[in-house]
Design a protein around this ligand. Structure first.
Ligand SMILES: [Zn+2]
Length: 216
């Protein structure tokens, strides 16, 4: 697998210091499980994350509090994806969330011809959403911005936008002000894992995505 598009350093540091929202953390884990470069980046980020935490602890805290916090950071790092592998066609972290079901067997909801979606439940009260998108070759996604930090991992197939070609393993780690017009290319259906922050904006993005199909 050749991976050309990686996670931002800022995203790796946020993940390593436990400051990434739930859904985004899952996409980071899934990419890192597939990507040696980002595994190395995460190791560095863990050092930076530890330093950030130490800074935050400049305020007087008891030794007990300090060691409890560091222990909980260790627990996060032990669970970090370095040790994880993939299971079948998807990274292990995702396979667990799907109860081991193959992508083809999921209860996909058809949103428009050529476009289906599957919601992966996150914790109660989570302000982020995790979705699988399935888009047929040739489908163009209208230009859109993002209602917040959005991370997309390509699991199968490929799409192209002004940033280049995104294939299995690539990740689009986009700020909210980035606008793009991805087009699914090749013969294969493109399946992506997407973490988004703002549910209402997300709905509007996919309503716009559906426009060419349903004429709204
Ligand atoms: Zn990477």
């Amino acid at each position: 697998m050749t991976i050309s598009h990686h996670l931002d350093d800022a995203t790796l540091v946020a993940y390593a210091s436990g400051n990434l929202p739930e859904a985004h953390g899952i996409v980071v884990e899934a990419h890192v499980a597939m990507c040696q470069a980002c595994r190395a980046g995460l190791r560095q980020a863990e050092g930076v994350g530890g330093a950030v935490l130490a800074d935050q602890m400049e305020a007087p805290v008891s030794d007990v509090c300090r060691s409890a916090t560091l222990a909980s950071l260790d627990a996060v790092l032990v669970q970090s994806p370095r040790a994880k592998t993939s299971q079948g066609e998807v990274p292990l972290v995702l396979s667990r969330l799907l109860n081991g079901k193959p992508l083809a067997d999921l209860a996909w909801k058809k949103k428009a011809p050529g476009f289906s979606m599957f919601n992966i439940p996150t914790s109660k009260g989570s302000k982020t959403q995790l979705k699988l998108l399935s888009i047929k070759p040739g489908a163009a996604i209208p230009e859109h911005g993002h209602g917040g930090e959005e991370i997309t991992l390509i699991l199968k197939g490929a799409y192209r936008d002004h940033m280049g070609l995104y294939q299995a393993g690539d990740v689009a780690d986009l700020d909210e002000d980035v606008e793009h017009t991805p087009i699914v290319v090749g013969e294969e259906v493109c399946i992506c894992l997407v973490a988004v922050e703002a549910p209402t904006r997300f709905k509007s993005i996919w309503a716009r995505l559906a426009q060419p199909f349903v004429g709204i």
